[in-house]
Design a protein around this ligand. Structure first.
Ligand code: ADP
Ligand code: MG
Ligand code: ZN
Length: 599
């Protein structure tokens, strides 16, 4: 009996629900495969799951790097059921925690959670259940776990396994850092003999190393699943008219999904701001698309209603900030669209990973504009944190830009980022329609030579605008005053438009063939410049599809005065990159000018 509970008239707690749900089956010591079948109804373990489960049941630690939807949950839940004691699950997402516990209880597992949304009664009931050995799984938010009372509670009971989910949150440089994760390394000493697991879907080799180190898992066996999601098609296109592009993308998915339209495809559209979420949802509804908004600023009941419509009904398009999606287990999301540039490749990968969990063909699409870069750069500048921290954010942005600007396979670029070698996929936009490229070697050499000549002959350095004027043979006041029309490279780049040159500069900066330095963002050579000047390798540049003219224009000198939106965007992009490079240069010391033969 439980007189304490009966005396209380508080709403029924998770713990009491757990107890009630138990026509108690005891899984201790049972065959993991039987447990998998009896509890979840699955026939067999997927890929590495069986090995992970065996490792942990045997008392060993494990680091599990598996993409979203790969099936990480059962790898800690099954050991928690098979080993005596309660499995402790550290999870940062309270909403997700709640859903997981509900699902477990529905499967007859005695599960409960401890987090800040609970009342005192409910918390006490959960604590008692734990101490009485009546819980198979206990979910705890990291901030609660890091309290003396929670730790002493846990030490008074018996843990079977400690699973740290979303373990990449321990990475200070990651996109999802949570300070409370840093203290989780102490669990090793507090609970010796309890096997520990770190699980994440976000795993660059550097993040994995950081997880092992900070969570004190030096002897853990590492399980690395492939991060490839072969059923996902990647597409990235330049932003021209974002809303129209989005609608035509959604329509194209609707068409491929079949005209029978009995079930319109469900999708998620990610935007950066709440305002943009609401405006985009309105716009899509105006276009006859069943779109709903979701962001943290909406009332709880609206969020809940929209989320359940998305999960339950066919063909709902959720327009959301990144607050939406973590832990949303909807298998048949047919597309994910990004109308703003994500902050990192990790984030992009996680968000796009919500498409096609059922393994069916799915499309992810992003519209990438130059203004995005400016906005992101501004956000980095304004973010709290020291210079090193901002530098890391800048590196995340750089990797994202490299993915956007690649002329090679998108999937290969992504997998390479996660440390996985692969062949071109044949299914992404760049594989299906290789972008038009041109060999920018000579253009790059002209630009780099101008930079070096100015530096050597005059001890001067300039930003992109003036350098382009020199190359194009413009007759500006500054050129005359400085006598730059006497330079050997004056006018040698008149074959390219101002806009083409800006595209060259942008791409060379993105590939770090150039760096921008100092407060004025003057252009300078990088370590990679030498090879280009010596002509050691071609410099394939993507032809800017945004531009009006190609790189092949005649020799007429067209001054940049046209307040062309694209060129303005280019300038903005350049400014953004410049600021970032300047910071990087300050941080690393000014790179030495290389010595090369006369161009
Ligand atoms: P992750 O945490 O890695 O993103 P989940 O643990 O949420 O993934 O699992 C993703 C989906 O795969 C869930 O719908 C889950 O029920 C399903 N799943 C996991 N393992 C198996 C399995 N062995 N057989 C069938 N389905 C599985
Ligand atoms: Mg998970
Ligand atoms: Zn490809």
């Amino acid at each position: 009996g439980d007189p304490g509970r009966r005396a209380s008239n508080a709403p029924e707690s998770a713990a009491s629900v757990a107890r009630r749900a138990t026509a108690r089956r005891d899984f201790t010591g049972r065959d993991p495969r039987e447990v998998l079948h009896e509890v979840y109804g699955y026939d067999r373990f997927r890929a590495d799951q069986a090995d992970i489960v065996a490792q942990v049941i045997g008392g060993g630690d494990a680091v599990v790097l598996m993409p979203t939807g790969g099936g990480k949950s059962v790898t800690y839940q099954v050991p928690a059921l098979v080993r005596p004691g309660t499995g402790l699950v550290v999870s940062p997402l309270i909403a997700l925690m709640h859903d997981q516990v509900e699902a477990l209880i529905a499967n007859g597992v005695r599960a409960a959670f401890l987090n800040s949304t609970q009342g005192a009664d409910e918390r006490r009931a959960t604590e008692q259940a734990y101490l009485a050995g009546e819980l198979d799984l206990l979910y705890v938010a990291p901030e609660r776990l890091n309290t003396a009372s929670a730790l002493s509670l846990l030490q008074r009971g018996k843990l079977s396994v400690i699973a740290i989910d979303e373990a990449h949150c321990v990475s200070q440089w990651g996109h999802d850092f949570r300070p409370d994760y840093l203290a989780l390394g102490d669990l090793a000493e507090r609970f010796p003999g309890v096997p520990r697991m770190a699980l994440t879907a976000t795993a660059t080799p550097a993040t994995a190393r950081e997880i092992v180190e900070r969570l004190q898992l030096p002897d853990a066996r590492r399980f690395v699943a492939s991060f490839d999601r072969p059923n996902i098609q990647y597409r990235i296109e330049p932003k021209v008219d974002q809303r129209r592009q989005l609608v035509s993308f959604i329509r194209s998915v609707q068409q491929t999904e079949g005209a029978d339209a009995s079930s319109a495809p469900a999708g998620i559209v990610y935007a950066l701001s709440r305002k943009s979420v609401e405006q985009t949802a309105d716009y899509l509804r105006g276009q006859g698309i069943d779109a709903l908004p979701y962001h943290a600023g909406l009332p709880t009941d609206v969020r809940a209603t929209n989320q359940s419509r998305f999960l339950r009904d066919d063909g709902v398009v959720m327009v959301a900030t990144i607050a939406f999606g973590m832990g949303i287990d909807k298998p048949d999301v047919r597309f994910v669209a990004h109308i703003d540039l994500p902050k990192s490749v990790e984030g992009y990968y996680q968000e796009t990973g919500r498409a096609g969990r059922d393994g069916e063909p799915s499309v992810v699409w992003m519209a990438y504009g130059l203004g995005d870069v400016v906005q992101q750069r501004r956000m980095i500048d304004q973010s709290p944190g020291d210079r090193t921290y901002k530098m890391r954010l800048g590196q995340h942005l750089d990797a994202m830009l490299a993915l956007c600007e690649t002329v090679a396979c998108r999937r290969q670029n992504l997998l390479d980022y996660f440390g996985e070698a692969s062949e071109p996929c044949g299914n992404c936009d760049t594989c299906l329609q290789p972008p038009e490229t041109w060999d920018g070697l000579v253009a790059a050499q002209k630009l780099l030579s101008t930079i070096v000549r100015l530096q050597r002959e005059r001890g001067q350095a300039f930003g992109a605008g003036h350098l382009i004027d020199i190359l194009r043979g413009a007759k500006t006041e500054r050129i005359t005053q400085q006598g730059h029309d006497k330079l050997a490279t004056y006018g040698i780049g008149a074959d390219l438009s101002d806009q083409d040159w800006r595209s060259v500069v942008r791409q060379l900066l993105a590939r770090q063939i150039l760096v921008a330095q100092g407060d004025y963002g003057t252009l300078a050579l990088s370590e990679a410049s030498g090879g280009v000047l010596r002509g050691e390798a071609p410099v394939p540049l993507r032809r800017d599809v945004l531009g009006r003219s190609g790189a092949s224009g005649g020799s007429r000198v067209r001054k940049s005065s046209s307040a062309d939106a694209v060129a303005a965007g280019d300038r903005d992009l350049f400014e953004a990159l410049r600021a970032w490079r300047a910071e990087q240069a300050r941080e690393q010391g000014v790179p030495a000018y290389i010595v090369f033969g006369d161009a």
